[in-house]
Design a protein around this ligand. Structure first.
Ligand code: PMP
Length: 401
């Protein structure tokens, strides 16, 4: 695998300076101009509220917003747009599941299975629920190369487990979960499978039907879309049985002081005026990535990571984390140098990487570090970015000699 010149979409991102090597797409992706154009249009020429107005512009905006829902639902292989709840992002999606499905379907003594490599947003909501209702949380270990160890998961799972909640792609290591096997294992003991798809949707073709999961959560801003919008997908029969979450406008059927009835899903989970422009902007981003093709994006990023691993492995003091076939994300350490110093020196070279615990402190503890340096790739990256990264790290080793 080596990055090809055939994959060249940098021109779609004219705001990205030519001499800037942005390698922090796992935190948030830069936006193609067609997304910022769609956002601008939705805020000026087309702007109006949704679901309520009888005047034409509001009716048109409602059509656009609901078309966006259908577009995003189709993108992840949902059977129906009614299964797609707009949320602020993956964090809100997982909290929603914990506080509605979890709060009503789980009881004291039930168990859930997470993994060591989860983002805090797929740990803390379950701890809050544990403290409220007394469930137990089990933690699946990793293989030596940094994948969720599904053999270990199989050994841990019991009929007491009601939920398995795992990252589809690790935001630290880039390791890709064998989600179909995870679904088989979860369903084998009667548990549901929640996938945190934050890092997967921008990097892999995702089809929730083929994966056979029960919940799928992701954020729009990592998928080249706006911040403040994301999606929770859940099977229709699961969503239909979930009680409302936040109360307010839009989520109701009829309200009186004696008794209120609620709208069907997804409206039941979308109280208040929604992030109208976010939905429209995210649909534009989905159009954009599908136009390129997720398989092509995956192949491109895999080639860049492979090249980066190869280049960095030549530097003696560099330690690489994670599996060789990581999806677009590479964590590393330079012996004797704090990752923040690595990132600061790289920044002087115009290379933007992330340093820290990446909201995965249990994984850091497992790896015996407090932080890593992380380079993560996106559509706009190419071999020049890998070269700049490697030269920057070489300079780090010269400075710290
Ligand atoms: N899960 C994973 C794997 C992530 O990478 C992130 C973002 N770093 C999140 C969840 C949370 O996403 P957000 O902050 O957009 O809600």
């Amino acid at each position: 695998l080596s990055p090809t010149n055939a994959f060249d979409h940098r021109a779609d991102f004219p705001a990205l300076p030519a001499d800037w090597h942005y390698l922090d797409s796992a935190a948030t992706a830069q936006k193609p101009q067609l997304v910022t154009d769609a956002i601008a249009r939705a805020y000026d020429r087309d702007y109006a509220t949704v679901h309520r107005g009888v005047y034409k512009r509001s009716a048109d905006m409602t059509l656009a917003y609901e078309a966006a829902r259908r577009r995003i639902a189709r993108f992840i292989g949902a059977a129906s747009a009614d299964e797609l709840v707009f949320v602020r992002g993956a964090t809100e999606a997982i909290n929603l599941v914990a506080q509605t499905w979890g709060q009503t379907q789980l009881k004291a003594g039930d168990r859930i299975l997470l993994s060591v490599l989860e983002h805090h947003s797929n740990i803390v909501p379950w701890q809050l629920l544990r403290d409220r209702i007394g469930i137990a949380i089990d933690v699946c270990p990793l293989t030596a190369d940094g994948r969720i160890d599904l053999d270990a998961a199989e050994a841990l799972l019991t009929p007491a487990h009601k939920l398995v909640a795992l990252a589809h792609v690790s935001n630290v290591l880039g390791s890709v979960l064998d989600a179909r096997r995870a679904a088989e294992l979860a369903h084998g003991v009667g548990a549901k499978l929640l996938l945190d798809g934050c890092q997967a949707v921008p990097r892999l073709p995702v089809d929730v039907a083929a994966l056979d999961c029960d919940f799928y959560a992701f954020s729009g801003h990592k998928l080249y879309g706006p911040t403040g919008i994301g999606a929770l997908w859940a099977r229709a029969e699961i969503l239909d049985a979930m009680p409302p979450w936040q109360g307010g406008g839009s989520m109701i059927d009829k309200v009186s002081f004696e008794r209120t009835t609620y709208a069907p899903a997804p409206a039941r989970f979308e109280a208040g005026t929604p992030h109208i422009v976010g939905g429209v902007g995210l649909a534009a981003a989905v159009d954009y990535v599908e136009g390129i093709g997720l398989a092509a994006i995956h192949a491109h990023e895999a080639a860049l990571v492979a090249e980066a691993r190869e280049r960095l492995a030549r530097i003696n003091s560099v330690r690489l984390f994670g599996p060789a076939d990581s999806a677009g994300i590479l964590s590393f350490a330079v012996d004797g140098v704090h990752p923040h110093d690595v990132a600061t020196i790289l920044d002087e070279e115009g290379v933007a990487i992330r340093a820290g615990h990446h909201c995965a402190q249990p994984l850091m503890a497992e790896m015996g570090v407090t932080a890593t340096a992380r380079a993560s790739f996106g559509i706009y990256n190419d071999a020049a970015d890998v070269e700049a990264l490697a030269r920057g790290v070489e300079r780090v080793t010269r400075i710290f000699g």
